[in-house]
Design a binder for this molecule. Structure first.
Ligand code: COA
Ligand code: AMP
Length: 646
């Protein structure tokens, strides 16, 4: 271990190999041991229920409350005056700190206000909010009641919100009057109202956090003002014990089909895994500070802005701003300096954006980053160039060797599948690799027939079942889809949907998705959803969306459409860009639509999206299927794709 490695354990004998071996050899004993770091109402005596394999449930006889673990227990231990959450908002020029006592007070009173209006254990609540503390407060208040929250990212449009409301059938919706982007104020309330107009399912009431930058009009008898509710609720409410296997939240993510998947997270397994990860992976201890620059609408935000830091008694920084433009590329360094951040976590794309504006990292040198111990990057592949630049920047700014840790995970897993486990042992890094499987994950790489491939050979990445605690419990309301999508392709394994390889040293290399999911600026999007929006335009007869390489955002969506005769390509292209923005949301970031005469297909009618993407990215050996219907269509497509740089 080097000096800069965060100290996280008492037992100096522990190595990554010994911990991973213990987790693999006896997962039940390993995780029951880890479960002791959580305060249970009834301690689990059984680690794993495998009666329903391949669906497993962790800690079936344990009961707990996740909110009580995140807040009450720190207060009870005498740490109530420590800072739990720092709200740092350059877009509103605000910095506000909540101690554990203050956060508990507001969460508990808001939970009572919800309970007074009929929210009880098992009810669903949709949260559609910008990066304000009330978003975290709403999540924790639901957890306190055993209600199931589902946060929908603010960059999604009304239609996507409506789809989620219909799937989840929430009893209440919690929102905000507005969000503040770099150059404009986004009114959330009209988007929510529009979603409720489209949706079939109708919640009983909504709660709105009114912000001074823009106040929303509230509907009598339906919309309640958050501040009024709190003012009228002086007393909090006790946490409601739930089974470890009860749901904590549903978080929708993109899949191959246009229908979003509600990833279901249980309470107990998640709490155990996150608590374990804070010390062992991130090397963080109570009293430390973590700054995760992401959004509560994504899994990284759920786990490492809200739940994990608070569970571990670590101060979390909730940042309402961007890497650049709020006001410039100094923003991240300023936050790290001002709040003495020990671990900084963001997506590689955010570092690329910072680098573009401040290539020599001048801003890093003027900041005091003496508290910083490590940088974690996740959400997309960390390209070696961005890794090298970030490492050099942090070393120059601190005069120390700060590890830059690529970590690989998914909404489904809830915490890293692979990482450099800094709290156990700092392993040598290899650029382009998120290092090694996290203890608890047993990874394999196979060919399409399911045969293990040799080290260094790319294939489908699988994880042997059972997965460790904290990973998805199911798809909301659809165990069958859970099994058919993830658990039945190769018996006894979880299909990650990513391809990659393991090298001779057991390092993982993740190369990309094997399905129609694309990753734009660390946001996961389904090309199917974009295609569905485009196909809704009356002049479009056929369309295909692919993700093409982009220097900054990793991938960007590009659409190809065949139009009905006499349609004007120029006008329709612009209409389609606007349509995707209004139907899917600004986050889809579709900026380019090409009108073509035909799409390349196989004789059975399958559009050759992969071939199109390979040509677009300039990959050397593009495989053109022998079943191609008309090779001349592909030649024409080559010409269109080569116009990318124009
Ligand atoms: N609410 C409403 N609109 C939003 C939004 C939100 N929460 N977040 C983004 N948008 C809008 C943006 O304003 C932008 O609109 P524009 O087309 O009018 O400019 C559009 O969506 C595209 O946004 P994005 O591509 O994300 O650009 P950005 O400048 O807003 O942010 C990054 C750039 C790098 C900061 C951002 O993409 C990011 O944080 N990515 C990392 C995501 C992440 O943490 N992933 C971890 C894995 S879960
Ligand atoms: P999400 O569910 O939005 O977190 O997206 C998960 C997907 O992002 C994964 O399946 C990967 O394709 C990609 N991803 C996340 N982190 C990494 C990483 N460190 N390296 C490579 N790909 C990653």
């Amino acid at each position: 271990m080097t000096q800069s490695t965060p100290a996280a354990h008492d037992d100096e004998q522990r190595t990554y190999a010994s911990v991973a071996q213990a987790a693999a050899e006896d997962p039940k004993a390993f995780w029951l041991g880890a479960a002791q770091a959580i305060d249970w109402v009834t301690s689990p005596t059984q680690a794993l229920d495998d009666a329903n394999a391949p669906i497993y449930r962790w800690f079936p006889d344990g009961t707990l409350n996740v909110c009580a673990n995140a807040l009450d227990r720190h207060v009870e231990m005498g740490n109530g005056e420590r800072v739990a959450l720092v709200y740092d908002s350059p877009v509103t020029d605000t910095v506000r700190e909540y101690t554990f006592t203050a956060l508990l007070d507001e969460v508990s009173r808001f939970a009572r206000a919800l309970a007074d209006r009929g929210i009880t254990k098992g009810d669903r609540v949709v949260i559609y909010m910008p990066m304000v503390p009330e978003a975290a407060i709403a999540m924790l208040a639901c957890a306190r009641l055993g209600a199931v929250h589902s946060v929908v990212f603010g960059g999604f449009a009304a239609n996507e919100l409506a789809v989620r409301i219909d799937d989840l059938r929430p009893k209440a919706v919690i929102s905000s009057s507005c969000g503040i982007e770099k150059t404009r104020i986004i009114e959330y309330k009209p988007l929510l109202d529009e979603a409720l107009r489209i949706a079939t399912a109708q919640p009983e009431f909504s709660v709105v956090v009114q912000r001074e930058q823009h106040r929303a009009e509230l509907r009598d008898g339906f919309d309640l003002d958050y501040a009024d509710l709190l003012a009228a609720t002086p007393e909090g409410i006790d946490p409601v014990p739930v089974l470890a296997t009860d749901p904590l939240y549903v978080l929708y993510t993109s899949g191959t089909t246009g229908k979003p998947k509600g990833i279901l997270r249980d309470a107990g397994g998640y709490a155990v895994a996150l608590q374990w990860s804070m010390g062992n992976l991130f090397g963080l201890q109570p009293g430390d500070t973590m700054f995760t620059a992401s959004d509560v609408g994504w899994v990284v935000g759920h786990s490492y802005i809200v739940y994990a830091p608070l569970l571990a008694g670590v101060t979390t920084v909730l940042y309402e701003g961007k890497p650049v433009g709020t006001p410039d590329a100094s923003a991240f360094y300023r936050v790290m300096d001002q709040h003495d951040v020990n671990v900084f976590f963001t997506a590689p794309t955010a570092m690329r954006v910072v680098r573009k504006e401040d290539p020599d990292a001048e801003h890093a040198r003027t900041a005091d980053l003496s508290a910083l111990r490590a940088v974690f990057l996740a959400g997309e592949r960390l390209d070696p160039d961005t890794y090298e630049w970030t490492t050099k920047t942090m070393a120059e700014a601190t005069g120390r060797d700060i590890p830059v840790v690529d970590n690989w995970w998914q909404t489904e897993t809830g915490w890293p599948i692979a990482a450099n486990p800094l709290g156990i042992e700092r392993l040598p890094l290899k650029a382009g690799s998120p290092t090694v499987p996290t203890p608890g994950y047993r990874l394999r790489v196979v060919d399409p027939a399911g045969n293990d491939v040799p080290a260094g050979t790319e294939g489908l990445i699988l994880a042997d079942l059972p997965l460790p605690p904290g990973t998805m419990a199911s798809i909301w309301g659809d165990d069958e889809r859970f099994v058919s999508t993830y658990l039945s392709t190769f018996e006894g394994t979880y299909l990650t949907g990513d391809s990659g390889y393991l090298d001779e040293d057991g390092y993982v290399f993740v190369m990309g998705r094997t399905d129609d999911v694309i990753n734009v600026s660390g946001h996961r999007l389904s090309t199917g959803v974009l295609e569905a929006a485009i196909a809704g335009h009356p002049a479009v007869t056929e369309c295909a969306v692919i993700g093409v390489h982009d220097e900054t955002s990793g991938q960007s969506p590009r659409a190809f459409v065949v139009l009905s005769p006499n349609a004007d390509p120029e006008t329709i292209s612009q209409e389609l860009v606007a349509l995707v923005r209004s139907e899917v949301g600004p986050v889809a970031a579709l900026r380019r639509v090409d009108v073509v005469d035909a799409l390349p297909k196989t004789r059975s009618g399958k559009i050759l999206r992969k071939t199109m993407r390979q040509i677009s990215d300039g990959e050397g050996d593009v495989v053109v299927p022998s079943t191609i219907e008309d090779p001349s269509v592909l030649d024409a497509m080559r010409a269109t794709l080569s116009r990318r740089a124009e």
